[in-house]
Ligand binder design. Structure first.
Ligand code: URA
Length: 241
């Protein structure tokens, strides 16, 4: 890929476009060992070696991370109050990463983080009906009637008619009056899982996403940990989405 030197450096987080332009003028940037000619100099990302203040800057066009999101962190790129999922990725190369879809602040589990807008768009497009599986702990006894109601599609409130969803009861504790479930939904409305359970008079007390389309949460990732997607995971997701 060929691109302007200032874009190359800004994409790789060396500074804003104007900051890197100033550094290029100052002579802090070399291309293949020779002082850069100017901000507009075309760089071949496959063959040229760019050094910024003496450090080699490798170019990465796309990044894909799987995170086991911890509670207490927001699914956003920036936030004035809270830490974001992007802040947690310490070794990122790109500065234009974003989470694909949102999990609530108190929800844990699978989050895809990338700068691939095309893939994100396909995974989030309502028409694609990409399945998302959640594990939840519920305050209340989840019954076969709830399974049927979820399967039929649920009237949640004036703003949400939930599409048919697959509810699986994993465990019921009659003494504690609690349940554990897995729920697969094919849409992603605001607080959807919590609102679906509220509609059947129950409360989600813990929520974790386990999968999105073909992408399964790596069970070896502790909450707050992340890793890059494997080539197979990426290939499957791209062909599925
Ligand atoms: N449904 C919710 O209620 N919260 C989430 O974070 C995800 C799905």
């Amino acid at each position: 890929m060929k691109l302007r030197l200032d874009k190359y450096l800004a994409d790789m987080g060396c500074g804003t476009r104007s900051e890197v332009k100033a550094e290029i003028r100052r002579g802090s940037v070399t291309v293949d060992g020779i002082k850069a000619k100017g901000s507009e100099q075309k760089i071949d990302t496959d063959t040229d070696t760019v050094c910024f203040k003496g450090q080699t800057v490798g170019y990465v066009a796309m990044e894909y991370y799987m995170m086991n999101k911890p509670a207490g962190v927001v699914s956003a790129t920036e936030d004035n109050r809270d830490k974001t999922v992007i802040d947690l990725i310490e070794d990122k190369k790109r500065k234009d990463l974003f989470p694909v879809g949102r999990l609530d602040k108190d929800t844990e589990g699978l989050l895809l983080i990338t700068n691939d807008g095309e893939l994100a768009h396909r995974l989030l497009a309502p028409k694609k009906h990409v399945g998302k599986v959640y594990y939840a702990k519920i305050d209340g006894i989840v019954t076969e009637d709830d399974v049927k109601a979820f399967k039929a599609g649920l009237h949640v409130d004036d703003t949400l008619e939930a599409k048919p969803a697959n509810l699986k009861i994993l465990k019921v504790d009659t003494a504690q009056h609690t349940s554990e479930i897995e729920l697969e939904i094919y849409e992603g409305k605001f607080h959807q899982v919590k609102r679906m359970f509220e509609a059947v008079d129950k409360k989600v007390t813990y929520l974790k996403r386990l999968s999105m389309g073909t992408l399964q949460l790596d069970q070896t990732l502790k909450t707050g940990q992340y890793r890059t997607l494997t080539a197979d995971e990426l290939e499957e997701l791209k062909t599925y989405g």
